[in-house]
Design a protein. Sequence first.
Length: 86
Amino acid sequence: MADAQGLSYYADPSLCQRLSQTASELHQARQVLITRGLVAYQRPLYQVLALDAAPSGAIPSAAPVAAADGPVDIKAVFTRIWEVLA
């Protein structure tokens, strides 16, 4: 879960469990997201960063991640990010 500012405080073991990833896979995914400017990370906080504009050819998600001012499910956020990057 993340708050309205996109901040999430889940520890790596919790994220690995929720995302069904190994620690190595989580680290690699985090590095890709940081490099692409989609996530800021300063242990122990993640922040999902706003996208300036949808990439060309992006397919809108069938279900929104959450209302703009409510908490969001971090797994849904990462799933959506990977859809956009694919």
